[in-house]
Design a protein around this ligand. Structure first.
Ligand code: ACO
Length: 458
């Protein structure tokens, strides 16, 4: 461990101590007991308060501001662990032994080579696509072509569609091409089950995200380096440069921090799709779609754009006044579950400070962020329990690592795929399709009016 990475560990331990001093970490009893279905819950709009399932994967103590993965405190995992270990932990229930970790890392490296999937992806206009839609497409292209559904009687063999000259075939004609192109979507090994597909997806999202970043820079994607860890490889494949130990460590911590977070919108979206017994690749694709929104993972990109728009710490009070008086939201603040300081923001805040101190171009953004944090917390902290969330400082950290804002949310997906897949696997053990109801507040018994008798009024 280099001197600088030791400093990073110390900073995280310091952030953890501060959190301990400011909050206590008793579990909330009503949310840590085995369920007896049906459960009684007070449900608010947006399913606030609803309990969807039991889980042993992770726990968010919203009133105290603590986050636990499989029993381990997020601060400890950030200080001492790696994203590979944490992904293994989320998927398997405990931290890996040396040989388990070695095996897991080898799989991540080998599944990270997705040359054929990337070639397919590049046949789409990736350079002009939104980066989240590009990584979603790439994820779906990783999916094996042949599933039992695809092979049902009456369904044409999908591979027949792939390798023919589509331009010469009328749209309404099912083309019959050669079948050898089936490859790329195919499972890397014939015995790949859902557990293996999770590792395939964790590895693949990093490669695809890095490739999308490269294509957006007008460059060709590059393959992973088998000698690098997952975080280092992500940076290497995006920038073409092997990261320094500090850059690698910071990216590793950022990936750990974003890996899981209860029944957040993207996890729930992925689980809803999985609960239909759809393919896990489709499920992860749905998670990516949900994460894209500015109320969820998309906020990190918006934060940096907001900081640029504010233009400096001196403009913060006026900007906040105007935003709040027009009922606007300040991106990177507030959370459905946290009513205290988000522990992930505590870690990212110290990392952002550490990096911004030596980065002249980002320092003004960080200064603006600190001033914005102070102003928003003083106005809304006690009044509405609004504090910075995970998205507030992550963009500054990524900017210091030379990453463009359009890649911030894809990087979130590179990490959250561990949580999505772990929770899908867990839910499928006792699967029941998600199917809530809506309260119908429309009309009944309306007389059908034939088209030619309807007048003006809608
Ligand atoms: N800025 C200003 N006011 C806010 C903010 C904010 N960021 N967040 C919440 N509030 C206010 C609301 O205006 C509302 O006030 P009111 O009761 O006077 O009407 C109150 O706090 C409750 O807000 P809701 O939007 O009802 O809270 P909800 O739990 O539905 O939403 C959310 C949570 C979406 C995260 C919200 O805080 C928000 O929009 N934040 C900004 C976007 C953001 O940073 N998203 C990332 C979240 S972290 C993640 O997903 C990874």
């Amino acid at each position: 461990m280099s001197e600088e990475t030791k400093i990073i560990t110390e900073m995280i331990v310091g952030a953890s101590q501060k959190a301990r001093e400011e909050t206590s970490n008793e579990p909330e009893p009503e949310l840590t007991q085995p369920l007896q279905w049906p459960v009684k819950a007070m449900i608010g709009p947006g399913l606030e308060g609803a309990i969807a399932c039991e889980s042993k994967i992770g726990y968010v103590n919203g009133s105290k501001g603590w986050l636990i993965y499989r029993g381990y405190d997020i601060f400890d995992l950030c200080a001492y662990s790696t994203f590979e270990e944490v992904s293994y932990l989320l998927l398997n229930g405990d931290l890996p032994t040396a040989s388990e970790l070695d095996n897991f890392k080898q799989k991540l490296v080998s599944y990270g080579f997705l040359n054929q999937t990337l070639r397919l992806l590049m046949s789409s206009p990736v350079e002009s696509m939104n980066t989240m839609s590009a990584i979603r497409l790439g994820t779906l292209l990783m999916r094996r072509t042949i599933t039992p559904l695809d092979l049902e009687d009456g369904n044409p063999f999908r591979a027949d569609f792939i390798n023919c000259d589509e331009d010469s075939i009328p749209m309404e004609t099912a083309p019959k091409g050669e079948v050898h192109a089936i490859y790329e979507f195919k499972r890397p090994s014939d015995d790949m089950d859902n557990n293996e597909a999770c590792i395939h997806l964790i590895a693949g999202l990093a490669t695809i995200t890095a490739a999308v970043a490269r294509i957006h820079q007008g460059r060709m994607p590059i393959e992973p380096d088998p000698d690098l860890g997952h975080a280092a490889n992500l940076l290497y494949m995006m920038t073409g440069r092997k990261p320094t130990p500090v850059e690698e460590r910071i990216m590793d911590i950022a990936l750990i921090l974003h890996a899981d977070h209860g029944m957040n919108a993207s996890t729930f979206a992925a689980m809803v799709v999985a609960s239909t017994l759809s393919d896990i690749y489709f499920s992860v694709g749905s998670g990516i779609a949900a994460l894209n929104g500015p109320l969820h993972g998309g906020a990190n990109e918006q934060v940096v754009r907001t900081l640029m728009e504010i233009g400096g710490p001196e403009n913060v009070p006026a900007w906040v006044k105007e935003t709040l008086s027009s009922k606007g939201k300040v991106m990177g603040f507030g959370h459905r579950v946290y009513k205290a300081y988000d522990p992930r923001a505590r870690v990212l805040s110290v990392l952002a400070k550490f990096l911004a101190e030596t980065n002249e171009s980002i320092k003004p953004l960080f200064d603006t962020a600190q001033s914005l944090e102070k102003e928003v917390v003083s106005q809304l902290g006690t009044k509405k329990n609004i504090f910075p969330n995970v998205d507030f400082f992550s963009g500054i950290v990524y900017s210091c690592l030379g990453i463009a804002p359009e890649m911030f949310t894809p990087i979130f997906a590179v990490s959250r795929v561990s949580g999505w897949t772990a929770r899908i696997l867990e839910y499928l053990e006792n699967n029941r399709i998600f199917r809530p109801r809506a309260m119908y507040t429309g009309e009944f018994n309306k007389q059908y009016v034939p088209f030619d008798q309807r007048e003006g009024k809608k």
